[in-house]
Design a protein around this ligand. Structure first.
Ligand SMILES: [Mn+2]
Length: 316
């Protein structure tokens, strides 16, 4: 990270008195935690801070201090706009509409478009929270217990508990520093990555029962009826796909999640190098080599037919 850019960011943060901090739509742990870490540190510094997530803060992170202070829309006026963990300005949804251009863009996505006046972007960082943890002192910000818990949570969620292929010794060292400062690793790990609602576990049960296998291809489905039967409130897969992708010998795993509006959300995961983003692209979706998704119109049966055919072809 360029020291001059850090200095510029620090001086803008120091001079500001009304700050808007926001992140991307459908926020993950790193998005929520980096909004909280930066927002709470600026608040502790005596600034008026609005922490904004267009889609709200997911209940999975309500144990983090400041969670209830996150709002869905900001109110004018603000004199500094900061985005965290957002690769593009569009990813922030409505949270920035009507506000001045982005002053500081803090992110770790390789696809970041450097849309801010000042861009603190480091694709080598495993999480935006890792980048913040590293540069907090240079930005003139103080670690508090709430900030430390948020930062470790963002690192844990983006690395799925230190196990993604982009993990680095540096990320472990930054985490160790946070633990030394008082972060409770086992508790934060459990809350962020392991704890599930009763409904989510029963929903998984329905998905697990549906699993089928054909050689290296494994697939399963979650239906509207499954959600109704167990009372699961979301329209997602409760992260089931990341678990079934661990099945031994499954080169590609596909999970179908039926939606209310005659649509089907499809997620692919691969082990061993099959590029599932290319399969997803055939259906208007996208993603990465090992994880991709798309939304198809039509019935679940139709999605099964076309997606499994395309996935079998890709496996050949
Ligand atoms: Mn992130």
């Amino acid at each position: 990270m360029n020291a001059e850019v850090l200095k510029q960011a620090a001086s803008r943060l120091r001079a500001a008195s009304r700050v808007l901090v926001t992140s991307h739509v459908r926020p993950d742990g790193d998005a929520v935690a980096s909004v909280l870490a930066l927002g709470l540190a600026l608040k502790a510094d005596g600034k008026q801070v609005q922490m904004v997530l267009t889609d709200g803060a997911p209940a999975d992170f309500k144990h983090l201090h400041g969670w209830a202070e996150i709002v869905r829309a900001a109110e004018a006026p603000v004199d500094l706009v900061v985005t965290v963990d957002a690769a593009t300005q569009d990813r922030c949804g409505e949270s920035l509409s009507g506000f001045p251009p982005v002053d500081i863009n803090i992110d770790h996505h390789i696809s970041n478009t450097n849309f801010g006046a000042i861009n603190l972007v480091d694709p080598a960082a495993v999480a935006t929270c890792a980048l913040l943890a590293e540069h907090f002192p240079a930005l003139g910000l103080e670690f508090s217990p709430a900030v430390i818990d948020a930062l470790l949570t963002g690192i844990l969620t983006d690395t799925m508990g230190f196990r993604t292929s982009n993990m680095t010794p540096k990320a472990i060292r930054l985490s160790a520093d946070l633990i030394e400062k008082g972060a409770d690793l086992p508790a934060l790990y459990e809350r962020a990555l392991l704890r599930r609602s009763f409904q989510a576990m029963r929903y998984w049960g329905a998905g697990l029962t549906s699993l089928q296998r054909d050689g290296g291809l494994v697939w399963g489905s979650l239906t509207l009826a499954d959600r109704k039967a167990v009372g699961y409130p979301g329209n997602d897969d409760a992260e089931l796909v990341n678990n079934i992708s661990m099945i031994e010998g499954a080169a590609i795993t596909v999970l179908f999640v039926e939606q209310a509006d005659n649509q089907v959300k499809v997620s692919w995961r691969s082990q061993g190098g099959h590029d599932v983003s290319r399969i997803a692209a055939q259906f208007g979706g996208g993603g990465h080599v090992a994880a991709a998704g798309a939304v198809l119109h039509g019935s679940l049966a139709h999605a099964h037919e076309v997606v499994l055919a395309a996935t079998r072809a890709a496996l050949q």
